[in-house]
Design a protein around this ligand. Structure first.
Ligand code: DQA
Length: 146
């Protein structure tokens, strides 16, 4: 299975950004761990990060026909981007939303996700491991579908 792994705004600064909240692992390290785990599961991942809402939407549209599922950390777009939500919903693919931090233990504006209602599942607060758990769950789910 080919899986698209999307990261939204500011996640390119992982490692430097609020390490107390987001940890000290960089996005490149997370992506390397995802590629490695994907290989061991017989899957592949395409990893894209953008700070721009429109680029994330273009990427979703471009990959929609090619991939079997999407793992996304939408960053702050989680809380208000109906455009991103519509793009994800439009693919009809299984979506897993990942947050490094436990968004429910933080400021009230982070408690709502406009992506969660259209997602297959949601992981928050487990740090970088959340991405690997999402990958395992998505690959297992896709295998069950076949
Ligand atoms: C985040 C949580 C969001 O509220 C925040 O804006 C981020 C990162 C997380 O991974 O915990 O950029 O999605």
């Amino acid at each position: 299975a080919e899986i698209l792994v999307l990261n939204g705004p500011n996640l390119n600064t992982l490692g430097k950004r609020d390490p107390g909240i987001y940890g000290s692992v960089t996005l490149e390290q997370i992506q390397a761990r995802l590629r490695e785990r994907a290989a061991s599961l017989g899957a592949t991942v395409e990893c894209v990060q953008s700070n721009h809402e429109g680029v994330l939407i273009d990427t979703i549209q471009q990959y929609a026909e090619r991939v079997e599922g999407i793992i996304i950390n939408p960053g702050a777009f989680t809380h208000y981007s109906y455009a991103l939500r519509d793009a994800l919903a439009g693919t009809r693919l299984p979506i897993i939303e990942v947050h490094l931090s436990n968004i429910y233990a933080r400021e009230p504006f982070r408690h709502e996700s406009v992506i969660a209602p259209i997602s297959y599942g949601h992981i928050a607060g487990l740090g970088w491991r959340g991405y690997l758990l999402a990958l395992e769950a998505l690959v297992a789910f896709l295998q069950e579908q076949k």
